[in-house]
Design a protein around this ligand. Structure first.
Ligand code: ZN
Length: 79
């Protein structure tokens, strides 16, 4: 089963549906039992949508990302 690191690593591919079925199922399984990763997924999903909408009008930078992080109260792991 995928762990938190696997899930974080694959988060963007997961959101963009680039993963093969096997890996996606593993991550689904992990997300069911891990509220932390659910929160991250939700955050990245919202961020993606927000950036897509905002970028039509203005460039989006670190500031918006930080504001969203604050609003979701999520601590992203250090790279
Ligand atoms: Zn997790």
């Amino acid at each position: 089963m995928a762990d938190c690191n696997d899930t974080i690593e694959q988060l963007y591919a997961y959101l963009d549906r680039f993963l093969d079925d096997e890996l996606r199922l593993e991550i689904d399984e992990h997300l069911r039992v891990c509220p932390d990763c659910q929160g991250r997924l939700e955050f990245e999903h919202t961020l993606k949508i927000t950036i897509r909408e905002r970028s039509r009008e203005e460039p989006v930078g670190e500031e918006l990302r930080q504001r969203l992080l604050d609003c979701f109260e999520i601590d992203l792991p250090d790279e």
